[in-house]
Ligand binder design. Sequence first.
Ligand code: GLN
Length: 530
Amino acid sequence: MKYVVVTGGVLSGLGKGISTSSIGVLLKSRGLKVTAIKIDPYLNCDAGTMNPYQHGEVFVLDDGGEVDLDLGNYERFLDTSLSKDHNITTGKVYHTVIEKERRGDYLGRTVQIIPHITNEIKQEIKAVAEKEKVDVCLIEMGGTVGDIEGMPFLEAVRQLHMEAGKTNVCFVHTTLVPILGTVGEQKTKPTQQSVRELRSVGIQPNAIVARGEKPLDPEIKKKIAFFCDVPVEGVISAPDAPSIYDVPILFEEQGFSDYLIRALDLGPKTEDLKEWKDFLVRLKSPVKKVEIAAVGKYTSLKDSYISHIEAFHHAEAATRTKVDLRWVESTDIEAKGTALLEGVQGILVPGGFGDRGTEGKIAAVKFAREKRIPFQGVCLGFQLATVEFARNVLGLKDANSSEFNPKTANPVIDLLPEQKDVKDMGATMRLGAHVVGLTDDCKTTKMYGSTEISERHRHRYEVNPKYIEEFEKHGMKFVGRSDGGRRMEVLELQDHPYFVASQFHPELKSRPFRPSPIHMGLVKAAAGLT
Ligand code: GLN
């Protein structure tokens, strides 16, 4: 088993996840089977209890794991499906070790960070790599080298390197090479210092990925190589790229896959990036352009909606249509009205939790329905589409979700029956992939090309079955259902050019070569393509 460990230095937000994913694309292009693990040194057991301002979107896997958004990048770049074991957190590791201690598994010994925590970390890493039977397992270390909470993980991968052998573990350190305004010179000192920090815990990087505004000057590459004791070919320039999907190509142009293959003693294999390059060509040669409004609550932090952004990129390439997203805070609609939506060709209301901004989202749904603007609702967006319809078409003025008004006489969206007694917040929603059956004659079936699909979920509330007949009589059809028809999953409005909403999150399974059909449908409808 071979491992590539990606660490980060200097500061966070360097795009380590994209670097890791891009390395994965390169190794895959050399015919290797690759998987990836994200290590998050925080104490939460998983990402499910964190709000989007903390670490961005909570990504959901097929098995219902609520994980770091980097796993979304791995899935998209590697075109694979991961499980919750691919996200290791301090909380998870300590939870397991403490459970073992309570069971008496340590036979009277003192339980310590070294070796018990580090052994558990190594074991969790190896279990994933071995179960997947891959050639190379990527391990991305969250946080920055030097963080106290990251120390046990760095120690664990240091031991892994020692035990598995030099050519079986390769370290890639990502750093920042800033340019000082006045002189315009690329500065290497932060890189040198963060490599020194890494060495102080016993790790010498094999390669350095240097982020910066501009490509590294050849002399600067040499300087980094010299001071950090890395061959010049192992210093990879990662300048700002037009799109994240350019990064694998930028790396490959510098011979990064050759370098890694040699470092891991894997022998030459021919590179095949054709499909990836074709995708990039399509992405960059749009023949049409549309503007789509995304009406959300955390629109200042684009990471909150990263899977939607990527799903639209996939749809852009597939339809050769440039999508400009207009981010609209739903509370701004409440304050200033739907004039903020004027001029767009499509509207998306994504998922969300909590009362704040819901009335603005409902106003956006009404605007899309009445003005016949192509509309997509996802999860909360789906639920609010029913609330809007109940209020303004069925005339149930006080209709609401019981999430926002528990006392409403018309809870068209209500708690799932199995949620009624749930007390813990962590990992207790209806989560992960569930099979959804679609009717023969709807738009959604046409777009998926099948009447049976599997999509990912994350919710506590659902359509109240009491109201379904009334909705359908007035033209809101529930064309997708699950659990033997018990749960409503997809709705479509009759007599509307494109009004499709889903209880599930189609953005989570969107991939460069297999875009989410519902996002693609919205783009096509917005662009007037049929
Ligand atoms: N808050 C809603 C629920 O729990 C919607 C969740 C979501 O949009 N992910 O059902």
